[in-house]
Design a protein around this ligand. Structure first.
Ligand SMILES: Cc1ncc(COP(=O)(O)O)c(C=O)c1O
Length: 490
């Protein structure tokens, strides 16, 4: 059972005063929203009235009034001597509720749904649209004309786009045919479709730690058991994969060898060869996520994909236009042997029948600009990384990091305290940042934060300044809270 502290709850209801009606009505409405959208799991225990009142600067009577309203409306239940708990909605299914509550705690995605506009958003690591996107979108409308007589459901993807993606991959040392490509609604759907095809509930799956949180959540939603291999400066090591596959008998591993999200690490050429060999030896499938591979910064380009060394199909790839061109296009793909693509298409048909046609036409026009946009992104993002590191050096000199070779974020180590607690304080100072454990399936990385550097320079600077204020407040509060009188973090 989850016990929610007042400090945690404060992070979820920071805007409660903006509601309407009496104080108790506003507080009750805000708590109801939090429960309704799944941020508080069924059975979670709410803080006692007196403690919550002290945190919110309210009398105990007002909190009792708010709890009374929620109880009358069936959102919470109280048991004398045990406390107040989130009630199960009518017809609730325990496992699903727990899962939705867990997913709602992923700040990457919940920030996209619930974040107020005034918050500086360091939660998403996705840049604004590249220069050619607007023009390509305008021209693509004309391309639509030729398709309007048909039904427009192209489950495998627009043939011209499949062709362009195959050419794009072939130019990156991975010869690819059009029928080895399935177009998806972003890289996230590519990951989800592969999981649907390969993973059954309770299956063991090997992942890196840290790794992309969206993949971890998709695996958890499928009921996978996760086995994590630490990914250091050079990503996953082949020996570690061999031992893990031998121990767990997992048939699937997910990895991001070309600019890990969040660390930016790159797996060296020889290790890639070896990882493909190990997958083949154990007849396991590697899902190689290439989503960030085009975002090289000041270092060299990453080596060819692992898939280039596993031509037998033991490596399937996820790709995306989100980071190079724009996330709003929602265009991604899977690159796999034809037989896998045919089976995946059946899964995709159930998920959404087909991806939207207009963004696919835009993407077809954009792919020929990939090299130019890559050079522009490199210049722009290297400058933002420099800006972020110099701001941090000036304003938060005790924080440390390793400069990433690519990707969109800095994986920062805090000198003390807890990343998740600090992230809540930061939110109250108007900046959303994702703490380490969201990227680490083994619940490690509590001393880490991921800070993306793709916001425009003004937002980036104000975000770091807010982080610095939040850090000062957090340190004072944690120092005081270790004193005998136990003041909590505000
Ligand atoms: C490694 C990785 N894979 C997949 C995705 C999902 O990207 P998309 O916007 O294409 O769905 C992301 C997004 O951040 C990512 O970092």
């Amino acid at each position: 059972m989850d016990i929610i502290s007042s400090a945690q709850l404060m992070g979820m209801i920071s805007t409660w005063r903006q509601g309407r009606g009496s104080l108790r009505r506003r507080l009750a409405d805000c708590l109801r929203d939090v429960i309704e959208r799944g941020d508080l799991a069924v059975g979670a225990r709410l803080p006692p009235e007196r403690t919550l009142g002290a945190h919110l600067g309210l009398s105990r009577t007002t909190v009792i009034g708010a709890y009374d309203l929620l109880r009358d409306e069936g959102w919470i239940r109280s048991w004398r001597g045990s406390g107040t708990f989130v009630a199960a909605p009518k017809g609730a299914q325990g496992h699903r509720d727990q899962l939705v509550a867990h997913l709602a705690r992923n700040p990457l995605f919940s920030g996209l749904i619930d974040s107020p506009a005034t918050t500086v958003d360091f939660a998403a690591a996705s840049p604004g649209a590249a220069a050619p996107v607007a023009d390509a979108a305008r021209s693509a409308v004309a391309d639509l004309t030729g398709h309007l007589r048909g039904h427009g459901y192209l489950t495998l993807g627009l043939p011209a786009l499949r062709h362009a993606i195959a050419a794009h991959m072939s130019a990156r040392a991975l010869p690819t045919a059009e029928d080895e490509v399935l177009v998806t609604t972003g890289g996230q759907q590519a990951i989800s479709l592969l999981i649907t095809l390969y993973v059954e509930a309770a299956d063991p799956v090997v992942v890196e730690t840290p790794t992309y949180a969206g993949a971890l959540d998709a695996l958890r939603a499928a009921g996978a058991r996760l086995f994590a291999i630490p990914a250091g400066e050079q990503g996953m090591r082949a020996d570690d994969l061999r031992q893990m596959l031998a121990r767990t008998r997992a048939r699937l591993a997910y990895l991001t060898p070309s600019f890990n999200n969040p660390t930016g690490s790159v797996v060296p050429l020889e290790t890639r060869r070896e990882l493909a060999r190990v997958a083949n030896e154990f007849q396991a499938t590697l899902v190689e996520d290439h989503t960030l591979a085009e975002i090289a910064l000041d270092g060299a380009e990453p080596p060819p994909p692992i898939a280039a060394f596993g031509p037998d199909g033991s490596v399937v790839m996820v790709g995306s236009l989100s980071k190079l061109f724009w996330g709003g296009l929602r265009v991604g793909w899977v690159r796999a042997p034809r037989s896998v693509i045919r089976r995946l298409a059946r899964v995709k048909a159930v998920a959404d029948i087909a991806s939207s046609l207009l963004p696919q036409l835009v993407a077809t026009r954009l792919l020929p600009f990939a090299d130019d946009v890559r050079a522009e992104r490199r210049q722009e993002l290297t400058a933002r990384l420099d800006q972020l590191t110099s701001l941090l050096t000036e304003l938060l000199p005790s924080w440390s990091w390793r400069r990433p070779a690519g990707g969109l974020s800095l994986w920062v180590r805090l000198p003390e305290g807890s990343g998740p607690d600090f992230a809540e304080v930061a939110l109250r100072h108007g900046v959303a940042v994702v703490p380490g454990p969201h990227f680490c399936p083994d619940d490690g990385c509590h001393d880490r934060l991921r800070i993306p550097f793709c916001l425009d320079p003004g937002r980036l600077e104000s975000g770091v300044r807010r982080l610095a204020h939040a850090w000062a407040a957090y340190r004072i509060a944690t120092r005081v809270s270790t004193q005998p009188q136990h003041r909590t973090i505000v």
